[in-house]
Design a protein around this ligand. Structure first.
Ligand code: DAH
Length: 348
């Protein structure tokens, strides 16, 4: 019996050794270790043996099974490793090849300028708030001193959505009224509101039926025109360079008294005169003023106790000046080359 087992072991191990591929190896596993294989067959003879012989024979068979299994497993691993190496060699990547360029995005230049405004104002304690673009006549005009039929409404003609009452806001100033009413006339206000506004304008290089304003409002005790001048001057120096000089010209708005037009010295020619400032040395960037008594009262603030200033910057105007863009439509077409170009300008 023992010789028979030894002989079988030798035969199997030789066959495993000679096996040339995984398939042959698997066949050998089934042939010798399977239920109908010779090892199983030998095991079935156990019952004919005495208990003493059974023990020896059992150990012999176990060691045979173990040797065969080990030999099969080792060889299997070897084949698998060889196969993997072959695969890796055939799939190797040449890391020196140039890659396919992936286009990178660049920020929209208008958004970028608005974010700059927000950062500077927030550093001065202002909150950034939002208001509806689809606005009621009451907020867009009435509460700002522009009752129905007022001639100054002509300059702010816009798109009416429902009768005379619902319109696309013609400026961001209605947010002033909304914020004051929400505060209930008892708390100070310090907000800016960047947002879209609309007018019934024909589009050309300097006009667009949709544009962006950055509205600002402060209401507190003892606020004066000089506070407005100081604040706007700091902001302009931050945004347009520290040599920037501001100028305030008398103007007229229905919701401020006095009202001013805000100019900055031309950063291109430093006031000498060039084509950007149309040889005046100054560039207008928005309107402002001390909040009108009637507006404060209409929005719940007692004008004997409270005062404030307000302003509206033209965002496209500021971006155009800062980046030397000469057509407002640039912001509203979809030519990606433009954002890319301005992005590069900024890195210079
Ligand atoms: N809303 C004005 C416009 O669209 C700009 C403006 C002027 C806003 C004076 C203000 C202000 O808040 O006080 O022309």
């Amino acid at each position: 019996m023992k010789e028979k087992v030894e002989k079988l072991k030798k035969e199997i191990l030789e066959k495993v050794e000679k096996a040339e591929n995984l398939k042959i190896l698997n066949d050998l596993r089934v042939e010798y270790l399977g239920k109908k294989g010779p090892i199983s067959e030998l095991t079935s003879h156990m019952k004919e043996l005495s208990p003493e012989e059974k023990k020896d024979f059992g150990m012999l068979l176990n060691s045979l099974k173990q040797s065969v299994t080990e030999a099969l497993d080792t060889k299997k691993e070897k084949f698998e490793e060889e196969e993997l190496n072959k695969k890796l060699a055939s799939e190797s990547i040449d890391v020196t090849l140039p890659s396919t360029p992936i286009p990178t995005g660049s920020p929209n230049i208008l958004e970028h300028v608005i974010e700059e405004f927000e950062t500077v104002f927030m550093s001065m304690g202002y909150d950034v708030v939002d208001g509806p673009e689809l606005e009621e006549d009451k907020y867009n005009f009435e509460l700002l001193g522009l009752p129905k039929g007022h001639p100054a409404r002509d300059a702010q003609d816009t798109f009416y959505v429902k009768d005379d009452e619902l319109l696309l806001r013609s400026h961001t100033s209605p947010v002033q009224a909304r914020v004051m009413l929400a505060k209930g006339g008892i708390e100070p206000v310090r907000v800016i509101c960047p947002g879209k506004a609309y007018r019934r304008d024909d589009d050309d290089a300097t006009h667009s039926h949709q544009f962006t304003q950055i509205e600002g409002l402060i209401v507190d005790k003892d606020i004066k025109l000089s506070d407005l001048k100081g604040t706007v001057t700091v902001i302009c120096k931050k945004l347009f360079g520290k040599d920037t000089i501001t100028r305030f010209r008398p103007s007229y708005y229905q919701f401020t008294e006095p009202s001013v037009e805000m100019d900055i010295s031309c950063f291109n020619c430093k006031g000498k005169g060039c084509n950007i400032c149309k040889n005046t040395g100054w560039i207008t960037i928005g309107g402002a003023g001390v909040v009108h008594y009637d507006v404060l009262r209409g929005c719940g603030y007692d004008p004997e106790k409270w005062s404030g200033f307000a302003f509206g910057f033209g965002a496209e105007r500021c971006a155009m000046l800062k980046y030397g863009i000469n057509d407002i439509r640039t912001f509203y077409n979809t030519d990606l080359r433009e954002t890319k170009n301005f992005d590069r300008r900024e890195e210079d």
